[in-house]
Design a protein around this ligand. Structure first.
Ligand code: GLC
Ligand code: GLC
Length: 814
């Protein structure tokens, strides 16, 4: 069952019924000011940091599920009936409901009793504000008198504190109302030099800033007393719960359309110019007023929307493909790239499943996110790399997370996830391949943000690699530390106390438990740093890396191979994990996916065997599960992985993040059909028809789909913020379509399904547009390339040396 449809031409997903299985969300903003918005206008906004600068309040895990938002009420002032064009929060029945989620905007509306209304929400480029354009049309035969109400609830900035510290917070709330603009200035009197505002383009018939005055006692957002009465009360909040509500009266002739613009924004004043007059406690509004005035103008708002549209057109235009598969096209050309922007911006902080409070930017996560993002805005990728590397510890290890606002490593979560440092090499390598900007390696970057400790970024990569060499276990495999990619495989934890964190509790020395996954990652990152060293003319250093890589491969072959697949790990007792000898958890996806992706066992048949075993034991119609059999009980020596009920999350769920590793492994074996089949099983667009089972948005990936052991097999959870976005993008674009960035140029090596006659693509790479056409003439993956009509050797297209900006590439597959 579907709940809407793709409008590919407009790059929108159109939701046609409001009661989707879960709130289906979109993101507003892609620079510094952000919001999440559901298909019924739920959600919240924040400036840079979803925890420390939250503008509006949202109630996670409330009932109804999606509570708090950018709400509009319309009231027929004759019949006194009122409703919400976005369905929530009144949930009055409406006609022709639709929500168009597009690139950085959403348009939500419906028709009720002959009154059509829709609101377009978006954040203009370069501004710290959001625009709501409410358009109301009277389709009745008679004149209509309508009151429009717009409402938000302010959050007291620190979302954690806002939800816990009521004894203080019920006293601190303060607002100002001036010229019809509501200013939220809680704590502005003391150490904050920022405030929020909510403005309206029309003269208002009233406002409210105190929640209780607006809602009335014992009422919810579905039935605000002031809306019911048709008159806001001009309340001023003193403590309790500041809100922003405006009322505008519309007189609409038959067929007439009117528009109201609302602007919600964040503004900072310099510390010495906070107040006007100086010495008073009144906000100095001189710098914000022009911004407000500008965007309340509908012409300016439309122009800002057009700039946003063009921005996305140019970002997405960097890579466009036309294949025989509509789901591939749609995800690659539109939604998967778009999701990569969201994961780059948010890491894992703010979504319907991530509260914006708990998690900063992950070291591992953010480095991986670069794989799907770096081609869009390389300058921002560069900045992110330098931020990440600045939190690296002198040992080469890493804080697992850092806070975006302070850019400091997060001590609560600490470090010791022994895979972390290698992702920096992977991220930097992706950046170099995309941009050819070698200067980044010479950037001075501190360790642990300590002034004076700066070393060139390249030094950070060297330490990342060396980190593992001084942390090898009894079999010469990398020690796992707190965990590796699988945060929940906690082999040194041994926690038997409820509530203890699996990620930070350590009861073992950690000198025994080893990870075959990290071994695979080490082999990959070793190849990458060797190539980088070589390019820098450091031949013997490069040879040294490759020697370590060879040693590691040897250790994997000797101690990491179970006969038919790669082992997962050794536990603290030196016992195997992910072996046929185990009762449960006999085979895992991570080591098999990553070792083959890294090229281990391609020659001696191990890779082919391992992936065949993955196909037999782990692949399901809804994707590939993490391991089998699922753990049926809690294992003290394994940790959180066995804490989840079978089939969910890390305990044999379909973790969509790692499925692409197997896809890439399959392409390395030349198995285009298999790779694309796995790709399609978790492709959200291809799952649109089973929306009532899948339940999450059909336009973005979810972290997890319940595995075959779960009672809800096939049900997705945790959409949007997941490494799944970058890895799937990377797998389909760079390995299946095979348009791959390389240090010296653009490599073209498609491994596509046999029944595809070919495909065409456009790629802007280092300032040059490549028009690529691939034609299949045989069943294999051998490619013969001509560049601007001339055949070339090999499969790497070197950048033109004569200043050409357009290059035509033809590839014949046989
Ligand atoms: C989550 C984490 C990621 C981790 C994965 C597996 O997606 O964000 O860092 O690798 O879970 O545990
Ligand atoms: C939980 C999640 C896992 C995540 C970890 C760290 O264990 O299941 O996906 O990586 O928390 O926050």
């Amino acid at each position: 069952m579907k709940f809407g449809y793709f409008d590919d031409l407009n790059r929108e997903y159109v939701i046609t019924q409001p009661d989707t299985p879960l709130p289906w969300i979109n993101y507003l903003g892609c620079e510094a000011y952000f919001g999440i918005i559901s298909n019924t206008a739920g959600g919240y906004s924040f400036y840079r940091d979803a925890r420390l600068r939250r503008l509006t309040r949202y109630r996670y895990n409330n009932v109804p599920l999606d509570c708090g938002g950018r709400y509009i009420y319309l009231r027929d002032d004759e019949s006194k009936q009122f409703w919400s064009p976005s369905w929530q929060p009144t949930r009055t029945e409406v006609k022709d409901y639709s929500c168009r989620h597009g690139m950085g905007y959403s348009v939500i509306g419906s028709v009720s009793n002959g009154i059509a209304a829709h609101t377009r929400y978006f954040v203009p480029m370069g501004e710290n504000l959001e625009i709501w354009q409410l358009t109301v049309t009277n389709h009745r035969a008679a004149k209509a008198s309508i009151s429009a109400f717009a409402n938000i609830e302010f959050c007291l900035w620190d979302a954690q504190d806002d939800g816990t510290n009521f004894q203080r917070n019920f006293n601190t709330g303060e607002v100002e109302v001036e010229d019809g603009v509501i200013y939220h200035k809680t704590e502005y009197r003391e150490r904050r030099n920022h405030f929020a505002y909510f403005a309206c383009s029309r003269p208002t018939a009233g406002f409210d800033t105190q929640r209780e005055s607006f809602l009335g006692r014992n009422r919810g957002w579905d039935k605000p007393a002031a809306v019911e009465a048709g008159q806001l009360t001009n309340s001023i909040a003193h403590g309790w719960s500041p809100i922003g509500a405006h009322q505008v009266k519309l007189e609409l002739e038959p067929g007439e359309t009117q528009q109201i613009v609302f602007v919600l924004g964040y503004h900072e004043n310099s510390v010495d110019q906070k107040f006007d007059p100086a010495g008073s406690q009144i906000i100095n509004k001189s710098t914000v007023k022009p911004v407000i005035a500008k965007y309340l103008d509908a012409v300016e708002a439309d122009a800002a929307f057009e700039r946003l549209r063009l921005y996305w057109e140019s970002l997405l235009g960097i890579f466009q493909v036309n294949t025989p598969d509509i789901h591939t096209n749609r995800m690659v050309n539109i939604w998967n790239a778009y999701q990569c922007m969201a994961t780059f911006n948010m890491s894992r902080s703010a979504s319907f499943f991530e509260s914006g409070i708990g998690r900063g930017l992950g070291f591992r996560d953010s480095n991986q996110d670069l794989l799907g993002f770096v081609h869009m805005v390389p300058t921002r990728a560069r900045e992110r790399i330098l931020d990440l590397a600045s939190t690296q510890l002198p040992t080469g290890g890493a804080y697992h997370q850092y806070q975006p606002l302070t850019k400091r490593g997060n001590n609560d979560i600490g470090g010791g996830f022994n895979d972390d440092p290698h992702w920096l090499i992977v991220g930097v390598s992706a950046y170099l391949k995309e941009t050819g900007d070698w200067s980044i390696l010479d950037e001075p970057v501190p360790y642990d943000n300590e002034p004076g400790s700066e070393k060139p970024l390249y030094d950070h990569l060297q330490r990342s690699f060396a980190y593992t060499l001084s942390r090898l276990g009894p079999h010469g495999l990398p020690l796992i530390g707190r965990a590796d990619w699988n945060d929940c495989l906690n082999l040194n934890c041994f926690s038997d106390t409820p509530g203890q964190s699996f990620q930070t509790t350590t009861n073992k020395e950690g000198n025994v438990a080893e990870s075959v996954f990290i071994a695979g990652l080490f082999v990959l990152s070793g190849q990458e740093i060797a190539a980088i060293a070589k390019h820098r003319g450091l031949e013997s250093e490069a040879t040294g890396y490759l020697a370590e890589v060879a040693k590691m491969e040897e250790a994997v072959n000797q101690y990491g191979w179970d006969g038919e697949w790669f082992l997962r790990a050794y536990d603290d007792f030196g016992a195997k994990i992910g072996s046929k000898e185990c009762d449960e958890g006999k085979i895992f996806i991570e080591s098999n996916g990553f070792c083959t992706l890294a090229g281990i066992g391609l020659e001696d048949g191990k890779a082919a065997k391992a992936l065949a075993a993955v196909g037999t034991h782990l692949a399901t119609k809804h994707g590939i599960v993490l391991q089998q059999p699922a753990y049926s009980k809690y294992y003290l020596n394994l940790g959180e992985i066995s804490s989840y009920p079978p089939g969910y999350k890390e305990n044999a769920g379909i973790f969509c993040h790692v499925n692409p590793w197997v896809m890439i492994g399959e392409t390395r074996l030349g198995h285009g059909d298999q790779a694309h089949d796995y790709y399609s099983r978790i492709n959200p667009s291809a799952r649109e028809e089973i929306g009532d089972l899948h339940r999450c948005e059909p336009y973005v990936y979810a972290q997890m789909i319940a595995g075959k052991d779960a009672p809800t097999f096939g049900e997705a959870k945790n959409s949007w913020l997941t490494g799944t976005a970058a890895w799937n993008y990377y797998a389909i674009v760079q390995w299946i379509l095979g348009i791959r960035t390389a240090l010296d140029g653009l490599q073209i090596a498609p491994v596509i399904p046999k029944n595809w006659p070919g495909f065409t693509a456009t790629r802007t790479f280092r300032g040059v547009v490549y028009k690529i056409a691939i034609e299949r003439r045989g069943e294999g993956s051998h490619i013969a390339l001509t560049v601007d009509g001339a055949p070339i050797e090999g499969n790497v297209v070197l950048p033109p040396t004569d200043g050409r900006k357009l290059v035509t590439v033809k590839g014949i597959l046989s």
